[in-house]
Write a protein that binds this ligand. Structure first.
Ligand SMILES: Cc1cc2nc3c(=O)[nH]c(=O)nc-3n(C[C@H](O)[C@H](O)[C@H](O)COP(=O)(O)OP(=O)(O)OC[C@H]3O[C@@H](n4cnc5c(N)ncnc54)[C@H](O)[C@@H]3O)c2cc1C
Length: 325
């Protein structure tokens, strides 16, 4: 039998953004529920080490995810392990449909569904996924002990993963398109002192090759000289950023040209009462601390929204009120 239940706030996604929103909702005594389709923690659960979350020195992503989950649970947050398959914006209540067919409605809806790794889109990438091509050094690095690996990307994550893989691999190449790395200087300094790492700038991957079973080479091209050559490798680890998981975002909600949800300073979207947080939202950087901050802002704003609706004093937010789309 299909169930239908009403809440004050629905949170979709149990990453750092959603769990923080849950903590603030509970502390604000809101009737809230959080839906998470997988293990709570989101992307941080696959992060080898987190070194930049304030107040928590040197922790694995898995342990930080566990801490956030326990923190949210300690305030009594209701977390349901269910996938949300549809979102409908309504004039009074917004609705979500679960994979099991049930419906849940709420005045405020907080979307914290995060992002998914970007792909290179070159020949061989899909064919050799799981057979030398990986998007997670923490998960797959172990299989490349004493082998050669190529890491692709120039940001913090790519450099962190290069440093991690270098501890396992015999030789690690870091290939990035730009003339300079975008990663933090501290991380770049560690790269320079690691003799097992070779950094190749202004270089991109044209093709991933293999023997039909496993990766054995990449074809790289230097963007400055146009020179193309084959580089022997056993693995290719790709860290070139994220694409937002925006398939649930209702059509009334404005997104930018890259598919990130546009919000105001309250994380409210163009639809009153629908908030977007974390890696789903358009912003300068994607980090755990930013996702957590978004979660707190959206929950505080949602509390205000719910109260204003009840009191009949609601006024549309900055984006929602000016007809921006
Ligand atoms: C390998 C790696 C290492 C990183 N290292 C760092 C680091 O050291 N420091 C740092 O600050 N940042 C790091 N980041 C970035 C950081 O992890 C993200 O910015 C952060 O996790 C974003 O949080 P989020 O809650 O917005 O999204 P996510 O963490 O992506 O969480 C979203 C959650 O929503 C759930 N979800 C999605 N769709 C649905 C649905 N339909 N129904 C129900 N649930 C759904 C997902 O299962 C997921 O749990 C790293 C990222 C990666 C990939």
């Amino acid at each position: 039998m299909v169930m239908r239940e009403t809440h004050e706030v629905i949170i979709v996604g149990g990453g750092p953004a959603g769990l923080t929103a849950g903590i603030y909702c509970q502390r604000g005594a809101l009737k809230a529920v959080l839906f998470e389709k997988g293990p709570p923690g989101g992307q941080i659960a696959i992060s080898k080490e987190v070194e930049n979350y304030p107040g928590v020195e040197g922790i694995t992503g898995f342990d930080l995810a566990e801490k956030m989950l326990r923190h949210a649970q300690s305030f009594g947050l209701r977390i349901m392990q269910e996938e949300v398959v549809g979102v409908t914006a309504g004039p009074d209540l917004h609705s979500v449909r679960l994979a099991n067919g049930d419906w849940h409605d709420a005045a405020a809806l907080i979307l914290g569904v995060g992002g998914t790794v970007r792909k290179l889109g070159v020949p061989g990438e899909a064919e050799y996924l799981g057979r030398g091509v990986s998007f997670c050094g923490t998960c797959d690095g172990f299989f490349f002990r004493d082998r050669t690996v190529v890491v692709v990307g120039g940001g913090d994550t790519a450099v962190e993963e290069t440093l991690h893989l270098s501890r396992l691999a015999r030789k690690t190449y870091l290939v990035h398109r730009g003339s300079a790395l975008k990663a933090a200087q501290l991380l770049q300094g560690r790269l320079r002192t690691d003799p097992g790492i070779a950094v190749m700038g202004s270089t991109f991957i044209r093709e991933i090759r293999g023997d039909g079973e496993q990766v054995n080479a990449v074809v790289i091209q230097n963007s400055a000289t146009g020179e193309e050559r084959e580089l022997q490798t056993d693995g290719v680890f790709i860290f070139i950023g994220q694409a937002p998981n925006n398939s649930l975002v209702p059509p009334e909600v404005r997104m930018d040209e890259q598919g990130f949800v546009v919000t105001d300073e309250k994380c409210e979207t163009t639809v009153p009462g629908i908030f977007a947080i974390g890696d789903l939202r358009r912003k300068f950087a994607s980090q755990i601390v930013i996702a957590a901050a978004d979660g707190s802002i959206a929950a505080l704003a949602a509390a205000h929204y719910v109260e204003a609706r009840k009191a009949g004093t609601f006024e549309p937010g900055r984006l929602a009120g000016n007809g921006a789309r």
